[in-house]
Design a protein around this ligand. Structure first.
Ligand code: GTP
Length: 350
């Protein structure tokens, strides 16, 4: 029997509240934040599908009902979705243990806030070649001090993990990218119904037990969208085609994409790339310089100016306001002539 090129199933960890993204995420789970006007998680599911994985388990702990209501059985995205919901947060490994009933062969685990173009088929071939029980994707960063560093030997076998090393004690610039390939028997070491992490629990334990744990180095695109800066950066990278989303096709470098019922005053100047969703209204002498994403129903009053900005739905920008490198939540209002540089405004809760 031929083995398949990628594992058949993936688990996406959809956990915490996204504390570093507050107050933007107030009341919505971080993976539901819009990226090019589509929930972030849709991009991840489309990536897995493009890699050849069309059965995904969402391991949910924070506001699971919001996610289940949006995604249902996955058929709208052309995949099969299953859910493993936690009563209280079980941690990264505990959340996968909670999904164990679905996991009967080699599987992939993905942190829910990672955007990547990692070649899962190549990682899987590496995992098989090494006879690994667990393979951790490693990405290179210039400053690994805020991350989990993974030290490997010259054939890629993991020697040790160093969590957030001090600058003078950095053993390597390769960090845990939050993407794993695991054999199902590794879950035998994870306690059920208890908070337990991969990073400081299961992986160090597997090393202690002498199990083959490998690090797979890759140099492709990798972004953890856990801060407002990174979230904005992801939108800009995708819109300016520095990176591609498996979910959205047909973008061009300086394209301006307007839904049919958008109203734009003839004196407005728009330099792409820009996405302008349905029912948006753009006033007289407005100046837009992409990358800019506008969600449905936004209104930009006369002479306002936007550059590198993501607006969620129903945002009102007052006349003459200037916004640069901002993220503005649902229904938020920006006063006339306000100047916002590098700012985040939370959604206005109804
Ligand atoms: P948050 O900002 O709180 O989401 O976590 P983080 O970005 O600091 O990441 P962390 O390293 O704690 O977790 C890595 C991934 O696992 C993120 O996608 C988290 O949402 C997810 N995660 C963390 N804890 C849990 C949990 O208890 N249950 C589930 N299902 N997922 C979790």
């Amino acid at each position: 029997m031929r083995s398949s090129a990628v594992p058949q199933k993936a688990v996406i960890l959809v956990g915490g509240e996204g504390t570093r993204l507050r107050p933007l995420t107030n009341g919505i789970p971080k993976p539901m934040m819009p990226v090019l006007n589509r929930p972030f998680l849709e991009h991840t599911i489309a990536y897995l599908r493009q890699c050849g994985i069309d059965f995904t388990i969402l391991a949910l702990s924070y506001l699971p009902e919001v996610i289940q209501a949006h995604f249902g059985d996955g058929s709208k995205l052309g995949v099969q979705l299953a859910y493993a919901v936690e009563h209280s947060p079980l941690g990264t490994a505990g959340a996968v243990k909670n999904a164990e009933r679905y996991l009967d062969s080699t599987f992939v685990v993905l942190n829910g806030d990672i955007f990547t173009n990692l070649d899962l088929a190549d990682m899987f071939a590496f995992h098989r070649r090494k006879g690994a029980k667990a393979t951790i994707a490693l990405t290179y960063v210039d400053n690994p001090c805020a991350f989990g560093v993974v030290e490997t030997d010259d054939v890629g076998r993991v020697r040790r993990f160093v969590e957030k090393p001090k600058p003078d004690q950095v053993p390597s610039n390769w960090i845990n990218a939050g993407i794993y390939i695991l054999e199902p028997e590794t879950l035998e070491h994870v306690p059920a119904d208890r908070h337990y992490m991969f990073e400081n629990g299961l992986f160090p334990l597997l090393l202690e037990l002498g199990e083959p744990v490998y690090g797979y180095r890759f140099r492709g695109y990798w972004l953890d969208m856990g801060t407002p800066e990174k979230y904005l950066c992801l939108n800009c990278d995708l819109l300016s085609l520095k990176e591609k989303s498996a979910l959205i096709s047909g973008l061009s470098k300086d394209g301006i994409y307007c839904d049919g019922d958008v109203t734009i005053h003839p004196s407005a100047q728009i330099v792409g790339p820009a996405i302008i969703a349905s029912r948006c209204q753009i006033g007289r002498k407005v100046h837009i310089k992409g990358p800019v994403v506008m969600g449905p129903g936004c209104s930009i009053a006369d002479e306002a100016s936007l550059e590198e900005v993501v607006l969620w739905r129903g945002v009102n920008i007052g006349a003459g306001a200037i916004l640069k490198q901002c993220v503005i939540g649902d229904e938020a209002e920006v006063e006339a002539r306000a100047q916002l540089i590098n700012r985040v405004l939370p959604p206005r809760l109804s």
